[in-house]
Design a protein around this ligand. Structure first.
Ligand code: PMP
Ligand code: GLN
Length: 378
């Protein structure tokens, strides 16, 4: 077979979750909660199913959900998005990101990404014949180097894909970073695809710097989010994209033939559930408590934790324990210690390895305590 993606194997999240399951290890690898969402959300899904809302939704998403999204974005970021033309409900963030790239990247176009980079971005770009331009963020701060970004921009640059709060490093971009991005892309035809799936999970009182907060940037951005992260329902695969009408029209040309639309009763249930803003506003404190619990429980271990300022991930150096490659070390941890994690080298095209692994702390305290007890013994 002439592969379209000859250098791509199976995603690390599948590999590690499968290994965790095989070994009966505590799974702190793939990012998903081990606790349930609220009953009231399930009741709303059942309600809309029984009420007969089981046929195709509108192509762009159910109006009630698009309205709820518009209200949230306006309340949090002060930006008005038109419900008819500027908001589309997607089958998770993954589909939104893929569709955005498919809709906008021509063969030979350059797309700038920041490494370590979420693993779905580069294959999406390569499938369109785009060229991935990788800019490296360095441990332990993983700050973007704006001089390097300026140098990487060429007349062929079509898109810059950003992600704050950032998976896997748990860093967040500041208003100054957004101002730099805005200045560097001013007067260019560059589109920003901003992956903001962790928008509600920013710690220590810092606000989320959505592109939507910056009108000039927002005018050339498609902003992606995911209900999976926000409402503890990663398996439902529902997300959305917002952006100016001109870009959204192109997005929808592809979306309509990619998934056409997303399942109806879940959209209606989410529209109801979003009416109570406290359900997403409390998320930062909820996960900050888990971060702090995990940090405290790891204090006696030989892992060195890096700062986690957002997301539900925590990076850790293991140099005091082992000099194994990170892929070997996570396999050892899973098979011998009983805790699965993600090797950060999986987020680099060349497998760059700093001896750092990622833990997911979106877990009950009992799960975290049991994992930390094992991790503290090695
Ligand atoms: N982007 C990032 C940075 C993610 O971490 C994830 C999933 N964890 C996604 C996109 C995909 O989100 P979804 O499950 O909604 O497709
Ligand atoms: N985004 C999640 C993570 O980083 C996993 C999602 C997936 O498995 N595709 O762990």
């Amino acid at each position: 077979i002439r592969s379209r993606l000859p250098n791509v194997g199976t995603t690390i999240f599948t590999v590690m979750s499968r290994m965790a399951q095989e070994c009966g290890a505590i799974n702190l690898s793939q990012g998903f909660p081990d606790f349930n969402a609220e009953d009231v959300l399930f009741e709303r899904v059942a309600h809309w199913m029984r009420a007969g809302h089981n046929q195709y939704a509108q192509m762009a998403g159910m109006p009630a959900l698009r309205e709820a999204i518009a209200e949230k974005v306006e309340a949090l970021y002060g930006a008005a998005y038109d419900v008819e033309r500027e908001i589309t409900v997607t089958a998770g963030a993954t589909q939104a990101l893929f569709t955005a790239v498919a809709a906008l990247v021509h063969p030979g176009d350059e797309v700038i990404v920041f490494e370590p980079v979420y693993d779905s971005y580069a294959p999406a770009i390569e499938l369109q014949g785009g060229k991935v331009v990788r800019l490296r963020l360095a441990a332990p701060d993983y700050r973007p180097d704006w001089t390097a970004v300026a140098a990487a921009i060429t007349p062929r640059t079509r898109m810059i894909m950003i992600n704050s709060p950032h998976n896997p490093t748990a860093t967040v971009w500041s208003a100054a970073d957004m101002a730099q991005l805005e200045a560097l892309t001013r007067g260019t035809g560059i589109v920003i695809v901003s992956d903001e799936v962790y928008e509600h999970i920013v710690f220590d009182g810092a606000g989320h710097e959505s592109c939507a907060r910056h009108p000039e940037l927002a005018a050339r951005s498609l902003i992606v989010s995911s209900f999976g992260k926000t409402y503890h329902i990663t398996g439902w695969k529902v997300g959305y994209v917002i952006g100016p009408a001109e870009l959204m029209a192109e997005f929808r040309k592809v979306h309509q033939f990619n998934v056409f639309t997303v399942n109806t009763p879940v959209q209606l249930a989410l529209a109801d559930y979003m009416q109570d803003a406290s359900r997403y506003l409390r998320l930062a404190a909820f996960y900050q408590a888990k971060r702090d619990f995990f940090t405290a429980a790891m204090a006696g271990s030989r892992f060195e934790l890096l700062p986690s300022r957002g997301t539900y991930f925590q990076l850790a150096r293991y140099g005091a324990i082992s000099d194994m490659a990170d892929t070997d070390f996570v396999e050892h941890l899973t098979r011998e210690v009983g805790v699965a994690a993600i090797p950060v080298s999986a987020f680099f095209a060349d497998g760059h390895d700093d001896g750092i692994i990622r833990f997911c702390f979106a877990k009950n305290e009992e799960t975290l305590a049991a994992a930390c007890e094992k991790l503290g013994r090695i």
